[in-house]
Design a protein around this ligand. Structure first.
Ligand SMILES: Nc1nc2c(c(=O)[nH]1)N[C@H]1C(S)=C(S)[C@@H](COP(=O)(O)O)O[C@H]1N2
Ligand SMILES: [Mo]
Length: 199
């Protein structure tokens, strides 16, 4: 080994080009929840994708597990300014869930067990940009971080990654969710610092 102090080696710093403007790095994994943590038994869990025409596709937990699984490792950025590099997840790509879904919708509203909602353009869920994840760091996703399953959309501020996700409503019009209605930015690109409406 060379003369490199442990803990410094390989660690990226606040000047890192991978850190969006106004963010700082954290090594731990903060929990941010607007309400109590819902507990959903796996035998009653389901994920529902509904289209603007009222068509629905449903997956039980067992059905979700039978789909092709991916293990994305991504950086995440919370609007409260913490970022965490190199988080490792396991789950199903939205490309798989949207495959074969016939829709003319341009938007999606994610909704969660417990009532949380968040909106995003449907295109931001396609092309390897989003997952329904149920594993973190090789373990089942802890309830406080959104288990049994959450949305993971790492290229947008982390409030778009709905915990305890229950489904997606595909909509023709953009329908603001919980934080978007409260004044947060409709899109939430961390690289353009889109924290609040008007940013
Ligand atoms: N259902 C639900 N999803 C949610 C939230 C929430 O309050 N409820 N908070 C959001 C916010 S603001 C952030 S930063 C992340 C936090 O995820 P974590 O607690 O796993 O760090 O979840 C997002 N998804
Ligand atoms: Mo957040």
């Amino acid at each position: 080994m060379g003369i490199v102090s442990p803990g410094f080696q390989g660690r990226r710093r606040t000047s890192d080009p991978a850190l969006p403007p106004g963010q700082y790095l954290t090594e731990d994994f903060p929990v941010l929840s607007a309400g109590p943590t819902p507990r959903i038994p796996l035998d009653r869990w389901e994920f529902v994708l509904s289209t603007e025409t009222g068509d629905e596709v449903r997956w039980s937990w067992a059905e979700l597990m039978e789909l092709p699984q991916e293990t994305p490792t991504v950086d995440i950025h919370c609007v409260t300014r913490w970022s965490k590099f190199g988080t490792s997840w396991q789950g199903v790509s939205l490309d798989v869930l949207l495959d074969g879904v016939d829709t003319a919708a341009d938007y999606a509203q994610a909704h969660s067990y417990g009532g949380y909602t968040t909106n995003l353009p449907l295109d931001d869920l396609r092309d390897g940009q989003a997952w329904v994840v149920h594993g973190y760091d090789g373990e089942p996703l802890p309830a406080e971080h959104g288990g049994p399953a959450r949305l993971l959309v790492p290229h947008l501020y982390f409030w778009k990654s709905a915990k305890w996700v229950r489904g997606l409503r595909l909509t023709v019009e953009d329908e603001p969710g919980f934080w978007e209605t409260a004044g947060y930015h409709d899109y939430g690109d961390p690289w353009r610092e889109q924290r609040y409406q008007g940013d």
